[in-house]
Design a protein around this ligand. Structure first.
Ligand code: HEC
Ligand code: HEC
Length: 302
């Protein structure tokens, strides 16, 4: 009996030991990736000037979802506040105390937004640059011109910490924690796209939708996040589960009022239509034309 207990003791000690080694490994691997230095020097941009450009940049800030994390005033909100995942607050983008606007150059803005890399060369945590790498010079210029006019707010975000679960998600590449790892930093800057009610312009705008609705736009649970319905729906022209039987007016009503053709509400927290309602008619038409042109797929194939 004593011998058996002794063996159990040794096995338990072995398991604990292995667990500690695994955790240490994850800690070291994630720290290396969080502290990796990327040498990325974007080309200089010529920023547009004037009230119209700043107003357009403000619309970009809304419709591209920046306010979800950085707040309407740009001073930053707590994005993840969880013992296991981490404590991650979005940066203060204004020129107030604790804001990056105090020191940022135009190149720093471009590097952070398109590449997901801070001025120190380190990858930005959770900032979804994978969705912004395709923003073309015209829109990025307007966005930066607007960010530089944000009224200063004094707010210093606490240092970002990534907890054990956050590190597992990072090392296992389960969730897109560091956009910088997924972006081709040598790709040429995105080409200009003529604005107008065309499927081509819609394709450009739909970059904002694929993070949630999937690369193929057929929706389904977002990989790396705990299942949390309602799930992003099927936006392809599939007749069963997609928008095959919708009209452009139905689509517009979702983006403007958050209401489906059958009168049901679209969840404003999960689907950021309150931000999309600032899209122009032309943008909505372009998106609609593009969505109608993609291959129909059943729900959930992402
Ligand atoms: C899902 C939440 C989220 C969204 C959406 C988001 N950001 Fe961020 N952003 C963050 C977080 C979190 C950080 C801090 C990352 C860090 O310090 O490692 C950050 C950092 C930044 C930085 C770098 C500032 C610094 O500390 O050096 C800039 C610039 C920035 N965001 C601009 C934007 C703009 C512009 C948009 C919209 C086009 C946007 N962000 C959308 C979460 C977000
Ligand atoms: C942050 C995640 C997110 C983003 C970004 C997003 N959506 Fe959604 N969308 C959702 C979710 C979640 C639902 C389901 C909401 C519900 O059922 O209440 C949804 C529902 C919809 C619906 C209703 C579909 C139906 O069959 O009822 C449409 C239309 C839609 N989204 C279009 C878009 C378009 C166009 C974009 C890009 C401009 C976009 N969404 C970006 C999460 C998102």
């Amino acid at each position: 009996m004593k011998k058996v207990l002794k063996w159990i003791g040794w096995i338990a000690a072995g398991v604990v030991g292995l667990l500690i080694v695994a955790l240490l490994g994850i800690y070291v691997a994630s720290s290396l990736r969080l502290n990796k230095i990327y040498q990325v020097q974007p080309e200089a941009l010529t920023l547009p000037t004037g009230d119209a450009a700043v107003a357009e940049g403000s619309r970009q800030f809304l419709t591209r979802g920046c306010i979800d994390c950085h707040g309407e005033n740009g001073a930053g909100k707590m994005v993840i506040d969880d013992l296991l995942v981490g404590h991650i607050m979005a940066s203060n983008l204004t020129s107030g105390q604790g804001g990056v606007g105090q020191t940022y150059t135009d190149i720093d803005w471009a590097r952070a937004i398109r590449h997901g890399i801070g001025p120190d060369g380190k990858p930005l945590v959770v900032m979804p640059s994978i969705e912004y790498k395709g923003i073309n010079d015209d829109d990025l210029g307007a966005l930066i011109a607007y960010l530089k006019t944000l009224p200063p707010v004094d707010q210093t975000p606490p240092p970002i910490t990534v907890g054990p679960l956050g590190r597992i998600l990072l090392v296992g590449k389960i969730a897109p924690v560091l956009s910088a790892e997924q972006i081709d930093h040598d790709a040429p800057p995105p080409a200009a796209v003529a604005k107008g009610p065309t499927a081509e312009y819609g394709h450009y705008l739909a970059q904002t939708c694929i993070g949630c609705h999937g690369e193929g736009l057929s929706g389904g649970p977002i990989p790396g996040l705990p299942p949390d319905p309602p799930e992003p729906q099927n936006l392809t022209p599939d007749h069963e589960t997609g928008l095959g039987d919708w009209t452009e007016a139905d689509f517009k009503q979702v983006l403007r009022q958050g209401q489906r053709p059958d009168g049901s509400e679209v969840n404003p927290v999960k689907m950021p239509w309150p931000a999309f309602q600032h899209m122009t008619d032309e943008e909505i038409s372009a998106l609609w034309l593009y969505l109608q042109s993609v291959p129909a797929k059943p729900f959930g194939e992402r």
